[in-house]
Write a protein that binds this ligand. Structure first.
Ligand code: HEC
Length: 118
């Protein structure tokens, strides 16, 4: 019973991160390349800014998903990027989905080989 519970937890956990990976690579990368600035700052750069501003995982995920839900110049921590590229447009995602994506971004070192690397 205990092992079964553990297995179920593992599968659910994998699915959340896996979902985040799929959604990130299906959507965010059209603007955010992983390590190169294009029409938007690279995700490596965004991740670094959020890691510096919000020390722990919980705050990182909370702040990023809230911001992406409702991009706002006032609450942006990347003012230079807004000056360079303009404010990020609002996307139609649920908060829970954005949390999965933010979790994937938090856990992924884009300079190394990682899930869904391309
Ligand atoms: C249509 C292009 C586009 C798409 C798609 C896009 N972004 Fe952005 N994003 C930008 C641009 C441009 C900026 C830089 C300007 C800014 O910060 O508003 C940005 C900035 C950000 C920031 C920095 C916020 C801050 O504090 O300023 C985060 C976090 C972010 N994007 C996350 C995401 C995630 C997660 C996705 C996918 C769900 C995504 N973006 C999809 C264009 C895009």
């Amino acid at each position: 019973m205990r092992q079964l519970l553990l297995l179920v937890c593992c599968v659910l956990y994998l699915e959340a991160t896996e979902m985040g990976a799929l959604l990130f690579h299906g959507n965010c990368v059209t603007c955010h390349y992983e390590t190169v600035d294009k029409s938007a700052p690279s995700m490596m750069k965004v991740r670094q800014a959020y890691k510096t501003a919000f020390g722990n995982k919980k705050d990182f995920i909370h702040s990023m998903s809230e911001w992406v839900l409702q991009p706002n110049e006032k609450t942006s921590i990347m003012q230079d990027e807004i000056a360079k590229h303009g404010l990020m447009p609002q996307l139609a995602y649920e908060k829970e989905v954005l949390e999965d994506i933010a979790t994937y971004i938090y856990e992924t070192d884009f300079t190394k080989v990682h899930p869904h690397h391309r």
